[in-house]
Design a protein around this ligand. Sequence first.
Ligand SMILES: NC(=O)c1ccc[n+]([C@@H]2O[C@H](COP(=O)([O-])OP(=O)(O)OC[C@H]3O[C@@H](n4cnc5c(N)ncnc54)[C@H](O)[C@@H]3O)[C@@H](O)[C@H]2O)c1
Length: 264
Amino acid sequence: MSKELTDFSLDIFSLKGKVAMITGANQGLGMAYAVALAKAGADLFIPHFTDDISEIKTLVESCGRKVAFLQGDLTKEDYRKAVVQACIKEYGKIDILINNAGNNYFADFLEFPDEAFQKVLDLQLCAVYYLGHDIAKEMAKRRSGKIINIASALSFTADTGCPPYVIAKHGIVGLTRSFANELGKYNIQVNAIAPGFFASEVNRAVREDKVLHKKICDHIPLSSGEWGDLYDLMGTAVFLASDASNYISGWVINVDGGFSTVMA
Ligand SMILES: NC(=O)c1ccc[n+]([C@@H]2O[C@H](COP(=O)([O-])OP(=O)(O)OC[C@H]3O[C@@H](n4cnc5c(N)ncnc54)[C@H](O)[C@@H]3O)[C@@H](O)[C@H]2O)c1
């Protein structure tokens, strides 16, 4: 139904009454998405892998929002199913999914262990597909939903030493387009955020490698070559989770200080 231009209001960014599941949001980048969505009015469900949930619980509750948790390994089918059921039991629906949980492994290419290759692919690509697929079924029943996948600067370029990460993150772009294509008829928008470089557990080794760290900083046009602040990710997450992005699907927004646009 078409709307009048004068109907426009900033309420379009509000997430009041929405329920968002954000995987791995008890630390790192996921924590920023969680606080952003809570500030915008959403209640949260957080599947977490490690024990440390007290900080995110305090942060979300200080926004006046509810948060529920379930601990487990997203590479396990039983846990993924349990996560969907627990969120539906708690809130009755899932409006927004942010597929954020991730891992990485660095090794010389010719020595790269098969188990590490599989472990990264299992979480960074397969779990994103399976969880997204299960939740899409719930969203399709209500003909409404937002799925946000987390891509990377390495969705568009290849670095050395972490082949499964590069392969999985390139896959996230295809997965996002495929889901967008399949789910548009159910009014489900599927997009991705491609963060540039933000300090967290997955890139500790990158930060400790002085040569690589400088090479990256030299390719960030904004902020005098600094890595991003978690704060820089929050507006994009709210935008893609909200009605403000209802006519956008299948795209990736790079939040990387311009990193991906600079010639190597
Ligand atoms: N930090 C960056 O600069 C950066 C850049 C681009 C993309 N990303 C992506 O952002 C996402 C979040 O990464 P981060 O940097 O916050 O790292 P992080 O290590 O701080 O967070 C990763 C989260 O995933 C969880 N996790 C790990 N293994 C899991 C498993 N088997 N099952 C369930 N959860 C599991 C961890 O417990 C943690 O909560 C990842 O997908 C990562 O690839 C990060």
